[in-house]
Write a protein that binds this ligand. Sequence first.
Ligand SMILES: [Zn+2]
Length: 568
Amino acid sequence: MKVRVPMMIQDPLTTRVKGMQPTEDFYVTNERYFLDGPISERVAVLDLDPQTGALMRGVPFLPPKPGQRVGSYALQNEQDIYARDFNQVSVFGTVLRTMDLFETADALGRPLVWAFDAPQLLLVPRAGQWANAFYERDSHSIQFFYFPIHPQSNEMIYTSLSRDIVAHETGHAILDGIAPDLYNAITPQSLALHEAIADLTALMMAFDSHNLRETVLQQTGGYITNSTAFSSIAEEFGRALSRESHAAFYLRTLLNRRTLDENDRSVDDYGKPNLVPRDEPHALSEVLSGALYTVMVKIHESLKKREAQRMGTSEYSASGRALGIGAARFKRMIFRALDYLPPGEISFADYGRAIIAADQASHTEPSLEREWICDEFVTRHMVSDRAAMQVETNVAHPALADVDLETLVASDWAAYEFANRNRKLLGIPPAIPFHVRPRLDVTKLYYGSDGTRKIRECILKVLWDQKEPNPLGRRFPAQRQVSAGTTLAIDWETRRIRAHLMSDASETQRADRDAILRRLADEGTLQLERHAQAPGGHELQSAIIAETTGDLMRVRGAARMLHILQEA
Ligand SMILES: [Zn+2]
C-alpha cells in the first residue's frame, strides 16, 4: 500500500526566508500497515497533552478508496503547518523518508532494525518546553521539544517541524540499530561518529528534496559551497538560540576546516580555533563531517563540469543534475560503510577504511572520489598517512571456499562454529569467549560503465572484550573493559572477501579514552554504579554509569550525553 504524507521541506523560518513552499509530499511504500496516529509497522507518533501528559487523539488514517491505491491521513488543513495534526503527520513522514534513504538497494540494501527489542520507534512531536530534541534507546523514542522564538514571545519553534533536526535524530536511531556498540562506547571518536552520521543524515535529507535543491542552487548560482541550507544543521533553531550570544547562525556547520593537526593554529570566521579537543565528541564530529562535506563539494564541482560539457550547457544549468547524481554517489559511500564498521570501539580511521572498502570492492579501478577521501583523512590528521587508509578487497580465502552462506546467516550456532574455526582470519585472540552478531543478508545495487549490477553479500560480525589499564585515580578500578571486533563481508556469488575490517587498537585511541573518562570523572558525570542514584532512588539521567566487578570497570550509556544542544 502507498500512503501520501505531507512533510516539511526545511524549517518554517528558512522556507519563509527563501520564499519556498513549506511542504512537500512523500509516498510511504515500505510499511505493511497504517493506523490512526499516524502509526505504522515500525514508527508510532505519540502526541502528549503538554498540560496533563495524556495521550492525545491521533490523526485518522484514510485507507485508499475502492479502486484506488493511495491512502492518506485526514488533516483539518494541510496548509496550517503549526496545527498539531500536521505536526504529527510531518514528523512521521520525515522519519520514514529518512529510513528509506538508508534501506534502498542504492544504499544498505536491507531493512533496518532498531537497537531496542520492540517493533516501533516512538515519536513524541511536542514533548514539552525546552530547546532540545533527542533519541533515547531506553524509551525507544525520539522526543522533540519546543521553545519561544524570543524569551517574551508566545510564538514557538517546534524542533519536530525542522527537517534537519528530525533527520538528525532519526540518524541517531538508525545508526544505533546498525552499530549498537557505539551506545556503550567510550572512545571519543566512536561517540563523535554518531554525531557526524546524524548531521550527514540531515544533509542527505536536504539533498533529497528536489524543491530545496532547485531553490538553493538558484540562489547560489549553482554552488553548494556558499549555502547554509545544505551545510548548516538546524538553522532556525540556531538562529533563535544565538540571538543574544551573536554566535554562529547554526549549531554546526559542515563546511569547515576543523582538524586534529596539533600544529594547526588557524581559526574560522568566528575566531574559533580549527584544532578541536580530541576528547569532545561534538567538536570532534565536525572534523569528520567537514572532511566528508569537502569531498561532496569536490564531487559536485567535477560532475558539474562533466555534465556541462556533455550537455553543452553552462555549469550553472548542469548544477542541479550534477547534485542529484553526486548526492546519490556520496550517499552510497557514506551509508554503505556503516554496515562494514567493525563492532566495538571504533575510530574515524575505521570508518574511513570502511568507506574505501565499500566502494573499492565493486569499483576496482582507481577513483578520484577515494583519493579525495584519503586526502581529507590525512590532511585533518584522522590517519597518520595514506597507507593507513589502504584496504584489501575481493580476496580469496580457503575458509570460504565451501561455506554454506544460507546456513551461516540462518544459524547462530553455524556462525559461531565458523568463527571459532577461523579465529586467526577474524583476529579473535586465542582462548577467549566471543560473540557473533546476527548476520546481514544484503543486496546492493552498483553502477558501472556497463550498467547496474546487483551484489549480494553476507556480512558477518564478531565481537570480544579485552582489558586495558584505567588510569583514573584511586576511586576507579585499575582496569577497564573495552570491546573490539571484526567485520567480514562475503560475496555470495564469488565467495571472495569483499571487505575485512578490524577495530582500531591503536595507542592513540586508548589515550583518547583516558582523556574523556578523566574529564567525565572530574565533572562528576562518570559515576560508579552505587553512587549514580538521585535522592528519590531513580537513576540519574545525566550520569554515565561505570559498572565494576573486582578490579575491572565497564562504562554504559555514554552516548546518552549526545543531546543536540551539547555544543550550543
Ligand atoms: Zn545528535
